[in-house]
Design a protein around this ligand. Structure first.
Ligand code: BV8
Ligand code: ZN
Length: 255
């Protein structure tokens, strides 16, 4: 499917030096990872307040761990899709590409993206809440109930290394994201419903700092009215199209 891109998009992309992508669960949908708020979304069966927050975890670590073990298993069984790969391919076309993601599935890195900022952590990492020692995925997947720290004499509760509601985002990741957005000539907001803050404030801030704001989503979102370009459709088709048009454009320029 090749869509006709508005001239502003092509012109700005061809002249751009720095590109930033802001991604949400939708970029992994075509890999088979359920989104949060879609009709097959993981929140349909659970509510964020029930699971993805510290109080819920302390009240019922077994239930929360059941949910994360199920998600870890889904994620371990999927591959990066054409959208992740197209974003990784941008690095051959631009010297400054940053992927700022809300996702915890590690699929951007597995697709080959080298500069990935994980605002909400990474489901493949876990750590002890008492002594901070990392715990392997194998150990938490094989534990029944809530996994405990294996450090001699500790036995503290282990948690997934993700940011829960009510928790601060990792400072250094946040700073890297803010800097990438400030530098970007073009920001691609891809597959996010734009409802979770402070992450959701990033694309708009980038636009206010002069970036061209492009949204890629099959549905309009609260960000759509502010986007300079809204490419309506699945990221797995639109992003490879963008990359092939840019490659063709670059080939003509280099003749
Ligand atoms: C904090 C990790 C402060 C865990 C996640 C009231 C107003 C405003 C804010 C708040 C409020 N009450 C509370 C808050 C703050 C809260 C928040 O924003 N709540 C929202 C829900 C109202 N935020 C926080 O708590 C944050 N921390 O604010 O701390 C603070 C201050 C002082 C002191 C202490 C603390 C922390 C938020 C982080 C929560 N953790 N994830 C885990 O994953 O288990 S959030 C979770 O939602 C994921 O990270 C996910 O990425 C994120 C956002 O969802 P999306 O990625 O957008 O996914 P969604 O399903 O919603 O949408 C998918 C989209 O894809 C759709 O648009 C769909 O159309 C599209 N799509 C589908 N298929 C495709 C596609 N697009 C392209 N191609 C396709 N094929
Ligand atoms: Zn410990």
């Amino acid at each position: 499917m090749s869509i006709d891109f508005p001239d502003t998009l092509l012109k700005t992309l061809s002249a751009a030096h720095a590109v930033a992508a802001f991604t949400g669960a939708g970029v992994s949908a075509e890999s088979g990872v359920p989104t949060f708020r879609g009709n097959e979304g993981i929140w349909t069966r659970f509510k964020p307040e029930e699971l993805a927050n510290l109080a819920a975890f302390m009240k019922n670590p077994e239930l929360v761990w059941e949910w994360y073990r199920a998600r870890k298993t889904i994620i371990a069984g999927v591959e990066p899709n054409a959208a992740h790969k197209a974003l990784a391919a941008l690095e051959e076309l631009y010297g400054d590409v940053t992927i700022v993601t809300q996702n915890i599935d590690n699929l951007h890195r597995r697709a080959g993206s080298r500069t990935v900022v994980e605002l909400h952590g990474n489901i493949e990492r876990n750590y002890c809440m008492t002594c901070g020692t990392p715990a392997s995925n194998a150990s938490v997947l094989s534990a029944d109930g809530a996994p405990r720290c294996e450090v001699e004499g500790c036995g503290g509760l282990v948690r997934p290394d993700v940011v829960w509601f009510g928790e601060m985002l990792p400072e250094d990741e946040w700073d890297r994201a803010v800097r990438a957005m400030a530098r970007a000539d073009v920001v691609l907001s891809i597959g996010t419903s734009g409802v979770v803050y402070p992450a959701a404030s990033l694309p708009l801030t980038a636009k206010q700092q002069g970036a061209l704001l492009v949204e890629i989503n099959p549905e309009p979102t609260p960000l759509t009215p502010h986007a300079d370009v809204f490419l309506r459709g699945p990221a797995g088709s639109i992003l490879p199209d963008i990359v092939s048009v840019l490659r063709a454009h670059r080939a003509v320029q280099n003749r």
